[in-house]
Design a protein around this ligand. Structure first.
Ligand SMILES: NC(=O)c1ccc[n+]([C@@H]2O[C@H](COP(=O)([O-])OP(=O)(O)OC[C@H]3O[C@@H](n4cnc5c(N)ncnc54)[C@H](O)[C@@H]3O)[C@@H](O)[C@H]2O)c1
Length: 351
């Protein structure tokens, strides 16, 4: 078998960097090339552990810039592509949708073209595209998304991801490219950028800041531990069928208020000087077009690929809280940079 050489786009972001850790820790004879633009969400600190590792290489490039991308990859040898790079924050897609269309749609198209070029030379083993359950739109009180649920995206973020999923599908049907798409639910875990619900709440508790909760906190998400997600992606690379899509989730639905209250309880034990942290909960005006509920039916990946999650929610959420408690240097640097002005703009008037 030829040596596996993975090109991982967006590998300096939250899920991508966790995936780099999973892969380098799981396989000795593997090369990893991370290609990342290092936007506000990309952070080389996430990958610091591997900086002197011979199996690890980093390239800074923008997937939405065709010339820059082909120049950056010129002469670089790889045979698998795992595509994470995206603009990923729904709120930012509402205030600035253009970057989402550029990176998520055009950038995915350019990455597919890179893949097609390799495929035509017989050198591409797999192109795995990482997508979201948000492409399916919003659920009512019942039911769950399956792989055959119709697409109905409601935000510029989910619409741009839906566009990228369709392009990926077309490269299988048109060019016979070995593509696989995974659609997962909301992730949580180490290296999650503080604008997202779980890290935002942990860090605000630590700093005695208010805990902004949209609407009444009733929106439901199906929470997936990032380490389980990374193992599922690795399994899909090995066992997945080309041209197929796989939903990844752990049947772990919680509404936002439940999540925030749970974090407050965990923080009360770990940071008693701020207790009770629940007093910091502040309900803020709901996000426009806020999808009510997402829930994933993971039966297909369970039955066809034999996937089961390794971590329980209780264990994983505690690990996550502890990770933020133990990695103050990581998040202090982010909070002291340009993110601060975004935060102030987003949550005007709350302390
Ligand atoms: N976080 C979640 O809960 C979640 C859920 C479902 C699907 N996803 C998908 O998983 C993938 C990774 O999400 P994440 O949460 O790690 O995102 P993230 O925002 O933490 O990281 C995205 C990474 O992509 C890089 N990037 C952005 N634009 C780029 C460009 N033009 N060229 C090259 N690199 C660029 C950023 O620098 C960053 O390192 C995304 O495709 C996202 O849509 C995420």
């Amino acid at each position: 078998m030829t040596q596996r050489k993975l090109l991982i786009t967006g590998g300096a972001g939250f899920i991508g960097s966790n995936f780099v850790h999973t892969i380098l820790e799981s396989y000795e004879d593997i090369q990893v090339i991370v290609l990342d633009k290092l936007t506000y969400a990309g952070n080389l600190r996430n990958l610091a552990k591997w900086k002197d590792e011979k199996r690890f290489h980093f390239i800074k490039a923008d997937i939405a810039n065709k010339e820059e991308l082909s120049l950056a990859l010129n002469g670089i040898d790889f045979n698998e592509i795992v595509h994470f790079a995206a603009e990923s924050h729904v709120d930012r897609s509402i205030t600035g949708p253009e970057e989402f269309v550029k990176t998520n749609v055009l950038g995915t198209f350019y990455m597919l073209e890179i893949g097609r070029n390799l495929h035509e030379k017989g050198k591409l083993n797999v192109f795995l595209h990482v997508s979201t359950d948000e492409v399916f739109g919003s659920l009512g009180a019942d039911g769950a998304f399956t792989e055959s649920t119709s697409y109905a995206p409601n935000s510029p973020y989910s619409a741009s991801k839906a566009g990228s999923d369709h392009l990926v599908r077309s490269y299988f049907h048109t060019y016979g490219m070995p593509v696989i798409t995974t659609n997962c639910s909301n992730n949580y875990g180490p290296f999650h950028f503080p604008e997202k619900l779980i890290p935002l709440m942990i860090l605000n508790c630590l700093q005695g800041k208010q805990l902004p909760v949209y609407g009444k906190g009733e929106n439901i998400r199906d929470w997936l531990y990032v380490k389980d997600h990374c193992l599922a992606i690795d399994l899909a690379i090995h066992k997945g069928k080309f041209g197929e899509t796989y939903n990844i989730g752990t049947r772990n639905e919680k509404n936002n208020l439940e999540i925030v209250e749970l974090i407050c309880n965990l923080m009360d034990l770990r940071h008693p000087q701020g207790a009770p942290h629940k007093k910091l909960i502040t309900f803020v005006t709901d996000r426009p077009g806020h999808d009510f509920r997402y829930a994933i039916d993971p039966s297909k990946i369970e039955k066809e690929l034999g996937w089961t999650p390794k971590y329980s929610f209780e264990q994983a959420i505690e690990e996550t809280v502890d990770w933020y408690m133990n990695n103050k240097e990581w998040w202090s640097e982010i909070l002291s940079g340009s993110y601060q002005s975004y935060y102030e703009q987003q949550y005007k008037g709350i302390g």
